[in-house]
Design a protein around this ligand. Structure first.
Ligand code: MTE
Ligand code: MO
Length: 374
C-alpha cells in the first residue's frame, strides 16, 4: 500500500478523501487565529505523501532537458531568507455550494480549503538571477513534486517565467511554515509558494524545477484546474480552450455561525458573525459587506486582522472580519449573505448559477448561510 506511511493527522479535520488524503477544518476553527496553526491547515494531496529526509534531498534546476544545477537544503538556505504571510486556497474551495446548484465533478469542499501561514525561504527570483536566467529565453517555469503516480509521473504545475523572476511577486522556495520545518503533509522539506495564485501551483515536496518554453505537461496543469462556461459539459469540453487558473478572484466566507445553527439574538437586536475574505494576485481586501435581508440593507464588517507588513499590491494574507449583524427578531430564521471587495473594486457574483463550471472551480459567489433565531 503506497499509503501505508502517511503522517498522523488531526482528528478534528473533516475528511473529504482518505487516499489521497484530503481534509479541511470545521469553519469556526478557521477564524480562531490569523495565522492558521499547522494542525488546522487543510490538506489536499493528489498522490501518496513522499518521504525524504533533508540529508538525502536534492533539488534539480534544469533548462528544458539540460540540468543547470543541483541544490541541497543547505544551498537553498544560503540565499537571503524571506518570510511572508500568505494564504493558500484550493481552486475548488467552496465547491459544495456550486455543486448544490447543479452536479459537478470534484471533492465537495466546504469553506475550509484555505489556510493562512507564514512561509520562510529563498526567493526563486534570487536563485534564478544567480544562474543568469533571462526572461526572454523562456515562457514558463515548471515544478515537479516527489509524489508520483503508479506509472511514475510526478505531481506537476507551472507558472509564467515573468512571475518567477519578479522579486515583488515573492515566489518562494520555502523550507519553513509558521517558523518550523514544513510539516510532511504540507511539503517537507521544500515547497514552492506562489502567493496570490491557486493552491495547485504551490507545489509541495518540489525536487525538480524546469525552465521551459511550455507549461507543465502535468494533467493538473493541462486537463484540470481550468474554468469554463456554464454551458460546457463533459460531452463538449476541450481543456485546450481554457487557460490554466493562476491568480484567484476575490472571495469571502462566513465561518460563525454555521448553517442551521441556532443563535440567540442579543438585546441590541444583533447576532455575531465572523469570517474570512481573500483576493488573489496580492490585492488587498478593502471592504466586507454583510446582509440579513437579501441585500435590502448592507452592514460593513470590521476588518479585524490583516497583514500589517504587506506592501502595496502584495497583500497575500487573508483578512478576518466580524460584526454584530442587525436581524429582524420577529423572524424564526434569517439568511446571512457576505461579499468582499478588493483593492481593484472587484467583488463577488451574487449567485452560483452563472459561474457554474463542470469541475467546480472559482466558487466565489456570495456565501449564504441560513441560521435559526432563538
Ligand atoms: N503539490 C504536490 N506535490 N502534490 C499535490 O498533490 N496539491 C496542490 C498543491 N501542491 C499538491 C501540491 C493543491 S491542488 C493544493 S490546493 C495545495 O497543494 C494544498 O496545499 P496543502 O495540502 O498544504 O494545504
Ligand atoms: Mo487544490
Amino acid at each position: 500500500d503506497p499509503y501505508a506511511l502517511e503522517p498522523v493527522r488531526n482528528q478534528m479535520l473533516h475528511i473529504n478523501g482518505k487516499k489521497p488524503f484530503c481534509a479541511e477544518p470545521p469553519p469556526p476553527m478557521l477564524v480562531k487565529n490569523f495565522i492558521t496553526p499547522k494542525e488546522v491547515f487543510y490538506v489536499r494531496n493528489h498522490l501518496p505523501v513522499p518521504y525524504i529526509d533533508e540529508e538525502n534531498y536534492e533539488l534539480e534546476l534544469a533548462a528544458e532537458e539540460k540540468t543547470m544545477k543541483t541544490f541541497n537544503i543547505e544551498d537553498i538556505k544560503k540565499y537571503p531568507q524571506h518570510t511572508i504571510t500568505s494564504a493558500i486556497m484550493c481552486g475548488g474551495n467552496r465547491r459544495s455550494e456550486m455543486g448544490a446548484e447543479k452536479p459537478l465533478k470534484g471533492l465537495s469542499w466546504n469553506v475550509g480549503a484555505i489556510g493562512n501561514a507564514s512561509w520562510t525561504g529563498a526567493k526563486l527570483s534570487d536563485v534564478l538571477r544567480d544562474l543568469g536566467v533571462k526572461e526572454e529565453d523562456y515562457n514558463h517555469i515548471q515544478f515537479e513534486g516527489m509524489d508520483i503516480d503508479p506509472s511514475g509521473v510526478p505531481y506537476g504545475a507551472s507558472i509564467p517565467i515573468s512571475k518567477a523572476l519578479d522579486p515583488r511577486a515573492d515566489v518562494l522556495l520555502a523550507y519553513k511554515m509558521n517558523g518550523e520545518d514544513i510539516p510532511l503533509d504540507h511539503g517537507y522539506p521544500l515547497r514552492v509558494i506562489v502567493p496570490g495564485v491557486v493552491g495547485a501551483r504551490n507545489v509541495k515536496w518540489v525536487n525538480r524545477i524546469i525552465l521551459s518554453k511550455n507549461e507543465s505537461p502535468s494533467q493538473f496543469q493541462q486537463n484540470d484546474y481550468k474554468g469554463f462556461s456554464p454551458s460546457i459539459n463533459w460531452d463538449n469540453v476541450d481543456f485546450k480552450t481554457a487557460p490554466a487558473i493562476q491568480e484567484m478572484p476575490v472571495t469571502s466566507a462566513i465561518c460563525c455561525p454555521q448553517k442551521d445553527e441556532k443563535i440567540t439574538v442579543a438585546k441590541d437586536g444583533t447576532i455575531p458573525v465572523k469570517g474570512y475574505a481573500w483576493s488573489g494576485g496580492g490585492k488587498k481586501i478593502i471592504r466586507v459587506d454583510v446582509t440579513a435581508d437579501q441585500g435590502e440593507t448592507w452592514h460593513i464588517a470590521e476588518l479585524v486582522a490583516q497583514d500589517p507588513d504587506a506592501k502595496e499590491g502584495r497583500h497575500y494574507a487573508w483578512t478576518l472580519w466580524s460584526l454584530n449583524l442587525p436581524v429582524d427578531k420577529m423572524k424564526k430564521s434569517v439568511e446571512i449573505w457576505v461579499k468582499a471587495v478588493d483593492s481593484q473594486y472587484n467583488t463577488q457574483p451574487e449567485s452560483f448559477k452563472n459561474i457554474w463550471n463542470l469541475r467546480g472551480f472559482l466558487c466565489n459567489a456570495y456565501h449564504k448561510v441560513k441560521v435559526n433565531l432563538g
